[in-house]
Design a protein around this ligand. Structure first.
Ligand SMILES: Nc1ncnc2c1ncn2[C@@H]1O[C@H](COP(=O)(O)OP(=O)(O)OP(=O)(O)O)[C@@H](O)[C@H]1O
Ligand SMILES: [Mg+2]
Length: 404
């Protein structure tokens, strides 16, 4: 092949982008069909569809998988490289076009190498689409740790709108942490469907869907990986292959959100519990998840630490751009929530506003939970014959009492 001819047919960066876009589209199509197949599997278990319908869906899936595999085997970039090699082989080193031909070969090589990376990645870099504004939908969720053990979650159903702050409460062992582990994909449901922004969670897409989620655990000492606060926040970013030049800005912003920007070069060891949890929150925020789960993030902190972390959580709620799930034993915290999800013995027994849950006389006691301090005070005052309107706010209560 001659240089002139090659230049007419050669592939460019644009072709590479097009190829990547095609793979991404395929990947999305494949995951969407996997979602549907996953739902169908559940329906089959519940005998809502026939085996034949399921088989047909499965066949369709196989077809899509075949097309996908075929597009992964494209030879265009290899052919392009072969042609460029031939051009260089055929050209005389004295020729004025020699340098240009060599440059073409270098470019063809680069394109081929990038193509190989794209193939390896199989379109997974495709951004997960948000199909709706429902951060979490849980349907008919069942779970047990072992086939011989009893169910730890029994037919749990709920929906959370994006931007809501949900407190999850329940007695020890009621299944709260298990639920959060299923949501982040550490545990797999035995039966049931979980959707995040309309994407059905399954073993194929969990890595991608996790982009939506961040979690902060209970123990401030078990969450550190880095030797400084900065390194710790950077760790997650490196895992997500964020451009190194963007990192300092992201780290700074995340640290500012939890008021830890002055501690970026400190060693985690020397921080207080509350500060450590704030760094854990910053590390989660740096990845910009839409949903944040706090699994008793304040329970191991002293009163000051608790206050600090709760304040951050309330700030996050007020911005309304994140969905927050807070698993807590702190009954005062539920007053910050839009809704309270109450678990008891593996079942969701109540899902309503804090007022609805607190004002339901005897309900919290019946499942061995206390009531928030303010509700306790109000109940005692009412018992003592003082007439007042129940309120969530201590200020409000004090005002009412002053008027008397
Ligand atoms: N790894 C495990 N293997 C077997 N059973 C487990 C495991 N983890 C939890 N369980 C059981 O599952 C049930 C629910 O536990 P889970 O940790 O979800 O409760 P929880 O509501 O988070 O409790 P707590 O308030 O104490 O944190 C409990 O009966 C518990 O004993
Ligand atoms: Mg727990």
């Amino acid at each position: 092949m001659q240089l002139k001819e090659f230049k007419k047919t050669k592939l460019s960066e644009k072709d590479l982008e097009k190829y990547q876009a095609t793979l991404n589209e395929f990947y999305k199509k494949k995951t969407l069909h996997n979602d549907q197949l996953f739902i169908a599997k559940n329906k089959l278990l519940n005998e809502e569809i026939t085996k034949d319908t399921f088989k047909q869906m499965k066949a369709k899936n196989t077809e899509i998988a075949k097309e996908f595999t075929a597009s992964l085997k494209s030879t265009m970039f290899k052919d392009n490289l072969k042609n460029a090699t031939k051009v260089v082989e055929n050209i005389n080193a004295e020729s004025p076009e020699y340098l240009e031909a060599n440059n073409e070969l270098t470019e063809a090589k680069r394109l081929y190498e990038e193509f190989q990376l794209i193939v390896k990645e199989k379109g997974r870099s495709a951004k997960v689409v948000k199909f709706n504004n429902l951060a979490i939908e849980v349907e008919n969720l069942h779970f047990r740790y072992n086939p011989e053990f009893p169910l730890v979650l029994k037919n749990v159903n709920f929906t959370i709108n994006h931007g809501e702050y949900i407190a999850i409460i329940g007695h020890n062992g009621s299944g709260k942490s298990t639920l959060s582990k299923i949501l982040i994909g550490v545990l797999t449901a035995e039966k049931g469907i979980i959707k995040l922004f309309g994407n059905v969670l399954n073993s194929q897409n969990i890595a991608q869907i996790r982009q939506f989620l961040g979690i902060v655990f209970q123990n401030p000492d078990n969450q550190f990986i880095g030797s400084t606060v900065r390194a710790d926040i950077a760790f997650g970013l490196e895992n997500k292959r964020i451009e190194p030049k963007e990192m300092p800005g992201i780290i700074q912003q995340a640290a500012e959100k939890v008021h830890m920007e002055e501690f970026l070069d400190h060693e985690p060891l020397n921080l207080s519990g509350g500060q450590k949890q704030r760094v854990a929150i910053a590390s989660a925020l740096a990845l910009n998840p839409d949903i944040l789960i706090f699994d008793e993030a304040t329970s191991m902190l002293d009163p000051k630490g608790k206050r600090e972390v709760k304040e951050i959580m309330v700030n996050l709620r007020n911005q309304r751009d994140k969905t927050i799930l807070s698993i807590t034993h702190d009954m005062d915290e539920i007053l910050n929530a839009d809704k309270v999800l109450v678990m008891n013995n593996g079942e969701l027994v109540r899902y309503g506003t804090p007022q609805e849950v607190i004002n339901d006389e005897g309900f919290l006691e019946s499942i061995h939970l206390g009531v928030p301090f303010i509700a306790e005070v109000e109940n005692e005052l009412i018992k003592a014959g003082i007439k007042l309107n129940k309120t969530n706010s201590m200020d409000d209560l004090v005002k009412q009492l002053w008027k008397k």
